[in-house]
Write a protein that binds this ligand. Structure first.
Ligand SMILES: NC(=O)c1ccc[n+]([C@@H]2O[C@H](COP(=O)([O-])OP(=O)(O)OC[C@H]3O[C@@H](n4cnc5c(N)ncnc54)[C@H](OP(=O)(O)O)[C@@H]3O)[C@@H](O)[C@H]2O)c1
Length: 338
């Protein structure tokens, strides 16, 4: 089989294609011949040595794939063989073959291409947890989606639109027209404007009920202040870490030092709440993930889940895929194809 390895921390040139013997499924596992692998911002952080959850380098990263099952391990129903699936992978998704636990695999809806299916697991499950499970977004409320043009951002727009909420989003200006077509009501260029002022202007100073924030560090302080009373802040990433000019792990230190400390009395008196989301720490909650995935795949059938693949790259060109995202060129998902 072919795998793309991160051979050391640094630039995209550290992604290298290598051959390895085919993995064999053990008890409870399926082997998937991969057709498409989702690229996530976390993979870029891992390559830069800025992702605490990443496997020790050298390693094969990749959190999600689509493809078909060609072998199963002991205690697995052989009816899986030949089925088209989309899967969460606890790494090793940057490959043409991967072995996964059967509870991380879901049947691919026939209406989706393999590329679209690979754009579903991480983005839609994260957005579902943020907006529905923990954010409890209501139709009468307003949500601010930071990085609205990212994979998670577009998934969040689909879900907020389905709920019927008012949707604001921050993104680079070149993405605004497309995001508005997708359902964003107000697009804010956070690279040029103070987005907090824009939110205050749009809400007559009241703030919004829900903010999904993957920026991290001191941005979380700003997001907290932009909440309306009864507002919720969902924190789920630290993309601003890559912007610091400091070397290696010092980048994370800067983000850490900028973080807010939340005071329970202030939370009570301001009627606000804060929560964190890390899908990569939910492997032990398979029943929850299964239920959320069912809701998302029902959304595919109903037509409101619309995975958007911005661009595909051949597996061997994974470095180019990373560079494309780091240049902020993507609107929605970037996928590696075999
Ligand atoms: N906790 C979790 O479970 C979880 C799960 C998935 C993703 N995440 C987090 O959610 C965020 C989005 O992830 P994703 O995979 O959906 O992103 P993605 O599709 O790879 O898109 C990244 C986009 O984020 C924006 N961005 C913001 N800061 C950036 C920076 N410093 N460098 C490059 N681009 C930057 C850019 O768009 P604009 O410039 O237009 O904004 C870029 O196009 C990341 O922070 C990621 O770590 C967390």
């Amino acid at each position: 089989m072919k795998q793309v390895w991160i051979v050391g921390s640094g630039g995209p040139e550290n992604l290298q294609l290598r051959e390895a013997p085919d993995s064999q499924p053990q008890a409870g596992e399926l082997r998937v011949r991969v057709r498409a692998s989702g690229v996530n911002f976390a993979d870029i952080l891992a390559r830069k040595g800025l992702y605490p959850d990443a496997p020790k380098l050298p390693a094969v990263v990749g959190y999600e794939v689509s493809g078909f099952v060609d072998a199963v391990g002991p205690q697995v129903n052989t009816a899986w063989i030949g089925k088209e699936v989309l899967c969460l992978t606890r790494f090793r998704g940057y490959a043409d073959t991967v072995v996964v636990s059967q509870n991380q695999a879901f049947e691919k809806p026939p209406a989706l291409s393999f590329e679209q299916a690979a754009a579903i697991p991480v983005n839609y499950l994260t957005a579902w947890q943020l907006l529905v499970v923990m954010g409890a977004l209501e139709p009468s409320e307003t949500v601010l989606i930071h990085n609205a043009g990212s994979g998670v951002g577009l998934a969040a727009i689909d879900i907020a639109r389905h709920i019927g909420a008012t949707i604001y989003g921050t993104a680079s200006a070149g993405k605004h027209a497309f995001l508005q077509q997708r359902g964003l009501h107000e697009a804010i260029d956070y690279t040029r404007l103070d987005w907090t002022r824009e939110v205050a202007r749009l809400t007559q100073g009241r703030g919004v009920e829900l903010i999904t924030d993957p920026l991290g560090g001191s941005e979380w302080k700003k997001s907290y202040r932009a909440l309306r009373h009864t507002g919720r802040l969902g924190m789920f990433g630290a993309s601003t870490a890559t912007e610091s000019k400091l070397p290696g792990p010092l980048k994370l230190l800067k983000v850490g030092l900028g973080m807010p400390w939340f005071n329970p009395v202030a939370l009570m008196n301001q009627n606000r709440s804060v929560f964190g989301v890390n899908l990569g720490h939910l492997w032990h909650e398979a029943a929850k993930i299964d239920a959320w995935m069912k809701a998302v795949l029902d959304g595919v059938s109903a037509g409101w889940v619309r995975p958007h693949v911005d661009r595909t790259f051949p597996l061997a060109k994974a470095g180019e895929a990373h560079a494309y995202i780091e240049a902020r060129k993507n609107t929605g998902k970037v996928v590696l194809v075999v």
